[in-house]
Design a protein around this ligand. Sequence first.
Ligand code: F3S
Length: 756
Amino acid sequence: MAFDIEMIKGVYANMAERVDKARDIVGKPLTLSEKILYNHLWDGTPTKAFVRGKDYVDFAPDRIACQDATAQMALLQFMQAGKSKVAVPTTVHCDHLIQAKDGAAIDLKHANSVSSEVFSFLESVSNKYGIGFWKPGAGIIHQVVLENYAFPGGMMIGTDSHTVNAGGLGMVAIGVGGADAVDVMAGMAWELKFPKLIGIKLTGKLSGWTAPKDVILKVAEILTVKGGTGAIVEYFGEGATSMSCTGKGTICNMGAEIGATTSTFGYDDSMERYLRATDRADVADAANKVRSYLTADPEVYANPELYFDQVIEINLSELSPLLNGPFTPDLSTPVGSDMTSKAKENDWPIVVEWGLIGSCTNSSYEDLSRASSIAQQALDKGVKMKSELGINPGSEQVRYTAERDGILQIFEKLDAKIFTNACGPCIGQWARYSDPKNAPKNSIVHSFNRNFAKRADGNPNTHAFVASPEITAAIAIAGRLDFNPMTDKLINENGEEVMLDEPTGWELPPKGFEVKENGYLAPEEDGSHVKVKVAEDSERLQLLTPFEPIGDTITGAKLLIKAYGKCTTDHISMAGPWLRFRGHLDNISNNCLIGAVNAYNQKTNFVKNQLTGDFSGVPDTARAYKAAGVKSIVVGDHNYGEGSSREHAAMEPRHLGVAAVIVKSFARIHETNLKKQGMLGLTFANEADYDLIQEDDTFNFLDLNEFAPDKQLTLELVHADGSKDVIKLNHTYNDAQIAWYKEGSALNLIKKQNAS
Ligand code: F3S
């Protein structure tokens, strides 16, 4: 980790000057979040105060982390940038593509066989471009990042929503789409709207059955799944410092479930202990030297309402364990009898069939040790386990240490399945049923973060409830959703009444962490000779070829689809089974816009091919236009492209020959993604012009050769009867983005700049 410590020292070296300057400019004491943000400005020392929730700001993140599913297209794109190495320390983690079924040994072997081409590609491309590679079985990205890379005061982006987990170690860590990660890997700035700030004051102390998970389950209840949108959540107070570092990670992790940009905690003793326990005393020593910069100014926490946009206070001493769900993570029920009536009212199955402990949210050593203290009692008190139990350790380091300390053996004695150190059931990689769509109604309890329908096992009838690992273990033993371990008795195998005692455990392993083979492959210093492995006949991976510039003339273009109403990135590039092709642009393009509703017939994936007069699917029609050398146009409604930052939603239409997307309004990230792919993303100057677009229209851009910032473009619509309309289109391209368009894509431009 020598490389890292030099980078971290560099971040700390700038901190005093930049943060002090920011405080002067802002004119008041700073929160921790502001300190981290102002210390990571792309332009260096701050020169102006940014307006929260309004200003778009260029940042310079310290690190990037990618998981195996999203890394495929991100790295295929990065290969287009003409760089010999990534510009920012980057790691790839193979954790999503491993199915849980028979237990770690068999499942890992199976994954290494069915996804070998993806893993080989990721390993080779990582080796070539200076990217750290964590093999399948090494662990779940966010646990591995927390153990190895996260550091107080740092800024990280990652191609996974739960990148935010690293806030547990005092980072501002944010989940992004692949296109953003590629920009930063290629040496460009990363843009973010300066977030609003929510302060959460934690008073009191957790005790008994209550765990850090209950803090975030409570926050989710208060703020709901949308309440954190556009904001960083900053936790502080005696309750915050009293929790373990990995417990803080759990809380930050599920900040994604309230829509927060990210969450973070100030540097404290628990973080220092964790850094030292994970072999990073050098990072702890460096952090100690700038300690006052790694937490908010004292005035902020004394009068938080003056400095945060919203303040919430939670007394941990009064908090009780919660069960959140089903189908949404913000529906809270206190553990116990409230559940009896609620389950009855809502027809939730009261019998629990599975308890699952793991995921990036709750798979630390502390989580496993506390859950095992409950499992041990089932053995000691002769209580037979009623539900099945599955465990996914967060990393090989956690797994190895937990096995050394006898923790995993406790679960095994209860016939629990120890799955691979990977996401498994958390991302639907759980072979629970042969036919999940027709599987029976049932309840499960897990310590994961998401519990949407079908998320864990593909069964729409599975009611998934989220709880702490301790409560998950207790409910799995009792086999009932309404079991309250604080009051309810269990009957053991001798017919006696017994109760479970409060959980106990270790924040950190008393004998220290240990691992024999952590699954990490460092890249070669000079990877220029490394050949990236992609089979020519692969259906999952395809090397990209640079997009040709669309040019400054677009005439005779045909309407591909006029989308009606909501058109999210899911409508444009569906997930589900298509995710298999996310590394193969041509194959995944067969889902392009198949979810969008055709404004002329209200059907999905049924549009007119103007060249033949026939109707067919959107991708087929687009391919027909492309084959005939005809450019096509997509028209859309309001907030087109909302949803995820999935770059496929821009790459697919580009690949299929769409030259322009013209809408009433865009979701900003999608608009930027279109720009990055060298396409036109335009809005009607007059929204009502949407109604002028007819099914058989041909489009001629009249002044594209004068494409310039702040200058409208003019579009001629030639209708089937020969009549014409001329309309004005707005755009938000700046000079740099127009250069992307002219070169065919942002990556083409970077490549050109690298070559010159
Ligand atoms: Fe994996 Fe689930 Fe976390 S999919 S990264 S364990 S949210």
